[in-house]
Design a protein around this ligand. Sequence first.
Ligand code: ATP
Length: 229
Amino acid sequence: MQVTVIGLGRFGSSLAETLIERGHEVVVIDKDERLVQKFVGKTDTAIVADATDDTVLRSLGVQDMDAVVVAIGDDVEASVLVCISLMDLGAKNIIAKAEDEKHARILNRIGVQRVVQPERDSALHVADLISYPTLADRFNISEEHAIVEVRAPKSFVGKRIRELDLRRRYNVLVIGIRRKEAVFDQKGEIVDLKERFFAPPDPDEEITDGDVLVLLAPVDVIDDIARWE
Ligand code: ATP
């Protein structure tokens, strides 16, 4: 994929580095030459420029990129201007970082497809780890729904998914099961544990001890899910 990252603060630069490591074609832009310098040799296109200057974005062909990330937090005016220019130029998938709630509201209002608040988002994630210790992971997919990973509670073990009746009881769907399965050698001894992922699982699949259930759940039942035993 081709991705442009504008703004190489801590967030923008970690993101760009990760995307490069994953083999994507990444264009990085910052007005600070020292930050851009760190990407020379890592990517073919590392540009020192003020991204509020339309001609810079136009010359990059942002409309053909798979995603453009605006990682400018402090300078709200610059962040908004760059997002508007990108939209005017026809960029398809704009993801912008907001410094705070006010900044996020502005970006949402002008029509940025995806607004992230990394500090708040990771604080929420850490808070979840603390308040919901049985939840392995959680990812909100809308205001009301989340994908939640939970270790199968003891009372589920040996039951089929359909018997648990989670859809009727909680409005929760089991969309996947992560299971560690033993790999045996010729002597019948366990030599390895291999993870298998069943998605979507058969409604007649039996839950085994150690399974992790991947659920599509309304956010207001997550407290209940965390208390399953
Ligand atoms: P982080 O928290 O991720 O470190 P930050 O919010 O502290 O980021 P910002 O001030 O938001 O840092 O800026 C991120 C980067 O964006 C900086 O390196 C800055 O030079 C760059 N930047 C800001 N405005 C522009 C602009 N108009 N054009 C290009 N780069 C810009």
